[in-house]
Design a protein around this ligand. Structure first.
Ligand code: G4P
Length: 546
């Protein structure tokens, strides 16, 4: 491999994830993006594949029963010479920690918002993780073909609720029945919306002052051949005044702020009608960053460092029940990955040969021969040696900063139905926790007995119960506990007994012995934060390596 090849491959990669609330249109947008990339030939193929998947991987009965996708995959496509890696984040409302972890492998995020609804809870949570990482966030306001909220109001909400400043790249002209298209502020042209087919008919809005406020050609364009001229004039005037307002009162465009995740470029459109998507994709490809240096415990490593390196951000077991296998998803961070290469497994201090690297396109496995920084490789982990947060690297011993564990919001206690199976339960829980299905907390003084489990999404407990039975032969009863927050606590003078005694909190220990306090209410958490200033309450815990 030459350095020139490596530089070229790094420069032409964009790795991102879509963050959204269920039903905002993530599947629809993904389908449309893939169409532009020519990766699939039929609209609907993502969904069709999702259904088909049950025939190749029915390891999750619940997946079938609920008709949702629990496993996430990576979609790769090429657009105008750029290699796009779209990390698919599980989209059901009972999403899991995997969704968060996937974001640690992304270099940018697309925040998809239903323009009738605005910022919804799941979007907010995922946004916070992106914010924590400081990655650029692009916003796509979807479903403009339906009655939508005032666009200024939507931007205002992003700024107030999420605390991110915005720069509209396009601006909608009407909405719902009156949706005429979007105005591209950079190209200074309108993309007209038609309900059928490609809608990228272009027309220019005369610069202000050239043809006055009234712009007959533009109005004509909005009205169309048989359209309503009065309505078109009204929409034109509204567009003019809204554009003036955002020019005057809005933020200026600043690419550095975009890259720092402080300013979100905003686009409007309709994924279902394939409107505004291509323009979005073009601008996204131009602005989104190629893989950047990543932090290791010994300082940053450049993607063009010739030594291959990567880290594991997700583990999935038993995707294929006939093989009972375990796949570790690795994000390549530097150098070139090639099949059969031997690399250092830094945590275990041993060399491993990566002979079965897999690419997952909608669950179809293809062995890959090579991969570059920004790419995701599935590694068949036959020995069970790989864990979330592990670093694999060539001719070096550095470790990437661990993938954090995220604060759960759902908690249960587990009761075993057959006490003879305690050993299996312990093993099952340990392995499933290692995969990140749930987090295990110990009750103080009880050791491994009667652990309390936490998960980011409540569905994970059903997954756990199902897999304990299917894979470890253990029947358990699960009982919900009324806590909604968990915080890792650091700082001086924690009185664990006190928090354990209080009616609305518990003090437990995580698997590394770090104290974790559970709270039943927002109020209880706030109260503790205000009254115990010497303590810090953390939403994430660094993954302790080794
Ligand atoms: P998700 O993955 O984010 O959960 O959302 P998904 O794409 O499944 O879309 C959720 C619903 O919203 C779907 O309707 C989809 O057709 C619709 N939708 C997506 N984008 C747009 C858009 O731009 N405009 C309008 N009007 N609707 C949109 P559904 O009725 O739940 O499913 P389906 O029967 O259409 O498949």
């Amino acid at each position: 491999m030459s350095l020139v090849d490596l530089q070229r491959e790094v420069a032409r990669r964009r790795t991102f994830a879509i963050i959204s609330h269920p039903d905002a249109g993530k599947t629809t947008l993904t389908e449309k993006l893939l169409l532009y990339g020519g990766a699939i030939h039929l609209a609907g193929a993502v969904r069709a594949k999702a259904n088909q998947r049950h025939t190749t991987s029915d390891w999750m009965e619940i997946e079938k029963q609920r008709g949702i996708s629990i496993s996430s995959s990576v979609l790769q496509f090429e657009y105008q010479g750029v290699q796009v890696n779209l990390l698919d984040t599980p989209g059901h409302k009972d999403f899991s920690e995997d969704t968060y972890r996937t974001l640690t492998a992304a270099d940018a995020a697309v925040m998809l918002i239903d323009a009738a609804k605005g910022v919804e809870p799941q979007t907010r949570k995922l946004f916070e993780v992106c914010r924590m990482r400081g990655i650029p966030i692009f916003t796509f306001m979807n479903k403009l073909d339906r009655p939508s909220r005032d666009p200024l109001d939507l931007l205002d909400e992003l700024e107030k609720v999420l605390g991110i400043r915005t720069y509209p790249m396009t601006w909608p002209i009407g909405a719902g029945d009156r949706f005429k298209g979007v105005y591209d502020r950079h190209a200074r042209e309108v993309l007209l919306y038609q309900t059928e087919g490609e809608a990228n008919v272009k027309g220019r809005l005369a610069p202000k002052g050239v043809s006055g406020v009234d712009d007959p050609a533009f109005i004509q364009l909005l009205a169309g051949p048989e359209g309503d001229a009065d309505e078109a004039k009204e929409l034109h005037d509204q567009l003019r005044s809204e554009l003036e307002l955002i020019e005057m009162a809005g933020d200026a465009f600043d690419k550095n702020q975009v890259l720092a995740g402080q300013l979100s470029p905003v686009f409007f459109g309709s994924a279902m009608n394939n409107f505004g998507i291509e323009r979005f994709l073009q601008r996204f490809i131009e602005m989104a960053p190629a893989p950047a240096p990543r932090t290791t415990v010994d300082g940053p490593i450049e993607p063009i460092d010739p030594r291959f390196s990567g880290f594991i951000f997700k583990i999935q077991a038993n995707m294929d029940p006939s093989h009972r296998d375990r796949v570790a998803f690795m994000r390549v961070c530097s150098g070139k990955f090639t099949r059969n290469m031997s690399v250092n497994h830094v945590r275990m201090k041993k060399e491993v040969k990566l002979s079965r690297p897999l690419n997952f396109f909608a669950q179809e496995r293809v062995i890959i021969e090579e991969a570059w920084p920004g790419d995701i490789v599935g590694l068949l982990d036959t020995t069970g040696d790989l864990r979330i947060g592990d670093t694999l690297c060539e001719r070096a011993q550095f470790e990437y900063e661990g993938v954090p564990r995220f604060s759960p919001e759902h908690f249960v206690s587990v009761m075993i139905l057959d006490p003879m199976k305690r050993k299996q339960l312990k093993k099952g829980l340990e392995q499933l926790a290692e995969e990140g299905v749930v987090q295990i907390y110990k009750q103080r003084g009880l050791g491994d007995k009667d652990p309390i489990l936490g998960a980011v999404g409540a569905l994970q407990f059903e997954v756990l119960q199902f897999r304990l039975k299917a894979e470890y032969g253990v029947d358990v009863r699960i009982e919900r506990l009324p806590y909604i927050h968990a915080r890792w606590v650091t700082g001086a003078g924690l009185d664990a007994d006190y928090f354990e005694r209080r009616e609305d909190s518990r003090c437990l220990e995580d698997r590394d012995g770090q104290p974790v306090i559970l709270f039943k209410s927002d109020w209880g958490l706030r109260w503790a934060q205000e009254n115990y200033k010497a303590l810090q309450f953390h939403k994430t815990a660094p993954m302790v390596q080794g």
